[in-house]
Design a protein around this ligand. Structure first.
Ligand code: GLN
Length: 486
């Protein structure tokens, strides 16, 4: 039974249901693959092969049928799994094993999924390259001298390298979509409130969402249909009037008559020519397939990065206050007194990017600066959301943009310059500030064989429309058939 690892979840489910393979065989195939390529890619921080095989055996014995029965899923290291190491790739959570599951984990287990292991990330999801992990940087399977994107770089690289069938990531300003684009896979950030954040270790609570990273659009729809839904353990979880989570039913190869908006602010002079060409070709294909292409404007886009780095750091500085060495995680050695314990625990436990964000966030919230920075940023955030409202009210079904201004950059290229790193999320950040859903789908390759992704943005709770457009595009292109040589 060769190469099971290279299949999608829906292909494997067909085989499982036809009794052509067993879940143990799938888990073994994936863990053998990880055993042979993860030395190079370093996508996982913990690979739970034994636990996964045990779970797979139980799944085979268990008669009940779940949507993901027998399918292994990799989990980003900031999502709590009961009894399993969960560290946000930070030294400050060294040894932390949560006493409970995140809601998404319970939902996966109820659907019969197998937990494959924890994937690497930028520390506390702060970053766009996976280089700020306290473990090691993850590398891009398409070019091992390049970054996989971040912060969910481990999940995206694992899926691209066929070390995972599908994975969960989290997205605060682009952390699912940007690594998905840079690794040539599909990634979706759902509407804020669509997926429970209970058990997701918070970065910026008003922006964070968990979402799928998969090999194709069908798998993304399948995985989201398992993890979405109201949860009374998350006070920002939303129960829409029509609680439609059966996303598979939107997968129709048809975009006739749908209106796709092309925002002029996302095609700026100076953006990478190959990225621009690939995205423009995607626009042409949509037109050829019968979609109506409309030029639109999202006038407050230029403020998004600035607003994001005020709001996200403010929330992060407050969320990270809980890591003090008292109840769990890392504690410094031989503290002299409690203040020394706090100071050295945090000084030794957090990496440079986390410290930078705590300082920035504390500053923008401090008296005298709060009005000038934080409050002002909240007002501009509202204007950014109003831009999207206006476009969708005018009848646009989805907005098409590049996911990232460039393909994967080289390891070390931006790590000494935080500002240039922050700018790599210029196309993904507005979506989190507004709270709307967006998906990144592969749309081409550079001359040097690096993947390029495009982003489709939808109105609140209209993930279905995004899946339909993305699926149609995917069915009419071959990008997903290319695999990295490892
Ligand atoms: N790269 C952005 C940041 O550094 C977004 C990260 C994320 O979405 N978690 O904050």
């Amino acid at each position: 039974m060769n190469n099971l690892y290279s299949l999608t979840a829906h292909q494997l489910l067909d085989q499982l249901r036809a009794k052509g393979v067993s879940s143990e065989e799938i888990v073994e195939s994936v863990s053998e693959r990880a055993g042979s390529v993860d030395k190079k890619v370093k996508a996982y921080v913990v690979l739970e092969t034994e636990r996964a095989i045990k779970q797979a055996k139980e799944s085979t014995l268990n008669k009940s049928d779940g949507k993901l029965k027998g399918i292994p899923v990799a989990i980003k290291d900031n999502i709590c799994v009961e009894g399993e190491l969960t560290t946000c790739a930070s030294k400050i959570l060294k040894g932390f094993r949560p006493p409970y599951n995140a809601t998404v984990i319970d939902k996966l287990l109820n659907a019969g999924a197998i937990l494959m292991g924890k994937t690497n990330m930028d520390e506390f999801a702060f970053g766009s390259s996976c280089e700020s992990s306290a473990y090691y940087p993850t590398l891009n399977p398409w070019d091992l001298e390049r970054i996989p994107g971040g912060s969910s770089g481990g999940s995206a690289a694992a899926v691209a390298a066929d070390e995972a069938i599908m994975a969960l990531g989290s997205d605060t300003g682009g952390s699912i979509r940007q690594p998905a684009a840079l690794c040539g896979v599909v990634g979706m950030k759902p509407t804020y409130g669509r997926v429970s954040r209970y058990g997701l270790i918070a970065f910026a609570s008003s922006l964070d969402q968990i979402g799928p990273i998969t090999k194709d659009v069908r798998d993304a729809a399948l995985l989201l249909s398992v993890i979405a839904g109201f949860d009374n353990k998350d006070s920002t979880s939303v129960s829409p009037k029509k609680d439609e989570t059966d996303y598979l039913k939107f997968l129709e190869n048809d975009v006739k008559g749908i209106k796709i908006g092309i925002p002029k602010e996302y095609f700026v002079p100076g953006m990478d020519k190959e990225v621009e060409r690939a995205v423009r070709e995607a626009v042409t294909l949509f037109r050829d397939l019968g979609a109506e292409i409309v030029d639109i404007s999202l006038p407050h886009t230029e403020y998004a990065v600035a607003v994001y780095y005020i709001i996200a750091t403010a929330e992060a500085s407050s969320n990270l206050a809980r890591f003090d060495g008292v109840e769990y995680g890392y504690r410094c050695g031989n503290p002299e007194n409690i203040l020394d314990m706090y100071e050295r625990t945090r000084g030794e436990g957090f990496g440079p990017e986390a410290k930078r964000r705590i300082m920035l966030g504390t500053h923008v919230l401090s008296s005298g600066y709060y009005d000038a920075y934080y409050l002002k940023a909240q007002k501009v955030r509202r204007l950014i959301k109003d831009d999207f409202d206006r476009v969708f009210e005018s009848g646009i079904d989805c907005i098409l943009t590049p996911t990232s201004p460039t393909a994967a950059f080289r390891v070390g290229e931006k790590s000494a310059d935080p500002l240039s790193m922050y700018l790599s999320d210029i196309f993904t950040i507005s979506v989190n500030l507004a709270g709307v859903p967006a998906i990144s789908v592969p749309c081409g390759f550079t001359k040097t064989n690096l993947p390029i992704g495009m982003q489709l943005i939808g109105n609140f709770f209209e993930e279905g429309k995004l899946f339909k457009a993305a699926y149609t595009y995917e069915q009419n292109t071959d990008w997903r058939k290319r695999k990295p040589k490892l």
